[in-house]
Design a protein around this ligand. Structure first.
Ligand SMILES: Cc1ncc(COP(=O)(O)O)c(C=O)c1O
Length: 372
């Protein structure tokens, strides 16, 4: 049997008619840039996330960049974040000339360790970017308290977490700004690049809307220097169709995760730990074991796709070498990068496929009793 890590074709088969209708409508209108579907998606996503304003942009990466531009984060400012994230979180800080300041992660959730944030705050700290990794929100309670106490902006990186909640509040709705990614492999994925900025602050929303079109509110008149980062009408039309299914898909992801939790209980792997305030959406189901690399090879041999998020933490990336963080110890992020493995989990996955994954994880440890 084959179990791909993600099966977008299986998902497409279930929504094909709706998608084709939506694409045909855009083709008929020939209105490809910021068409009516973009405005409609912005309203629907804002409603889904319980937030006043949502601004469609070209990618999650641009959403981060534009959020920081709207906050006027610039050369020499410090932005606190996690070293255990996708590159874009940190890359966008550095692209503005600001300095990323890393706080190690909580080994249970893989999210930024809220207890260690305060010691990294300085007079230059302008923002904190908590990342809601794998679909579970960071401990926003403490983070929001720190933001208030030190007057620091919060940008939630909810690229992997649309639909997740913390004490009932949606991912991306708690900070000054939140960002979403609709990269195809996300739990709400477009058919290309797409992203969104979320905010309750009208002034910031206005700034982001202007910055995404070269800094102009009136065409050809530029009040600030922005970028070209518009959400494509075709992608918005596709996302409008897929958004209708998101809650059912979320429920299915949670069911599969629960079954994995139960079935893997008697194996040496550690399953995702969900803190009680959180509703986890399982964009990725990530297990941890010291035998990660051997297990990955074994599963590959058995026809099971897996992924490593992420093999090298950000403070050790060559491109950030000039920041001299490579000798800095972030022990939990480093350990996680050697021990975590994302296994297949997607709504279209069959029970037979899920059982096959479990069976093979069990077989691996049975064949290697010395690793138990
Ligand atoms: C945590 C995180 N932040 C930011 C991004 C960037 O999003 P995009 O790929 O849409 O630019 C991603 C997704 O790839 C991500 O996983």
């Amino acid at each position: 049997m084959k179990v791909p890590f993600i099966d977008l074709q299986a998902q497409y088969a279930t929504i094909k008619d709706g998608i084709q209708l939506a694409i045909n409508e855009v083709l008929a209108s020939q209105d490809f840039i910021l068409g009516k579907q973009v405005a409609e998606l912005e309203i629907n996503i804002a409603h889904y996330c319980g937030i006043k304003r949502a601004i469609g942009v070209a990618s999650g990466t641009d959403a981060l960049l534009l959020s920081m531009m709207a906050l006027d984060i610039k050369q020499g400012d410090e932005v606190i974040t996690t070293p255990y994230t996708f590159f874009a979180t940190v890359g966008s800080i550095v692209r503005l000339g600001a300095v990323p300041v890393f706080v190690d992660i909580d080994p249970k959730t893989f999210n930024i360790d809220n207890i260690r944030i305060e010691e990294k705050i300085t007079p230059r700290t302008r923002a904190i970017i908590p990342v809601h990794l794998f679909g579970q929100m960071a401990d926003m309670g403490t983070i929001m308290e720190l933001a208030k106490k030190y007057n620091i902006a919060i940008i939630e990186d909810a690229a992997q977490a649309i639909g997740a909640t913390y004490n009932g509040l949606a991912a991306g709705s708690m900070g000054d700004l939140g960002i979403l990614s609709f990269y195809p492999s996300k739990n709400l994925g477009a058919y290309g690049d797409a992203g969104m900025v979320l905010t309750n602050n009208e002034e910031l929303a206005e700034k982001v809307s202007i910055l995404r079109v070269h800094g102009s509110k009136t065409k050809y008149y530029h009040t600030v220097v922005g970028i070209n980062s518009r959400l494509d009408t075709l992608q918005a039309a596709i996302l409008l169709v897929k958004l209708k299914h998101l809650d059912v898909w979320k429920q299915r992801r949670q069911e599969i995760a629960l079954l994995y939790d139960q079935d893997l209980l008697d194996t040496p792997v550690i399953c995702p730990n969900v803190s009680e305030q959180n509703d986890h959406v399982y964009t990725h189901y990530v297990i941890r074991t010291k035998e990660r690399d051997a297990l990955k090879s074994y599963l590959t041999e058995a026809g099971i796709g897996t992924a490593i998020y992420y093999p090298l933490p950000m403070h050790r990336q060559a491109c950030f070498g000039y920041l001299n963080y490579r000798d800095t110890r972030m022990p939990e992020a480093e350990r996680a990068s050697k021990e975590t493995l994302a296994i297949p989990l997607y709504p279209a996955m069959t029970e037979e496929q899920r059982k096959y994954v479990v069976e093979n994880i069990k077989k691996f440890f049975y064949l290697h009793p010395e690793l138990q």
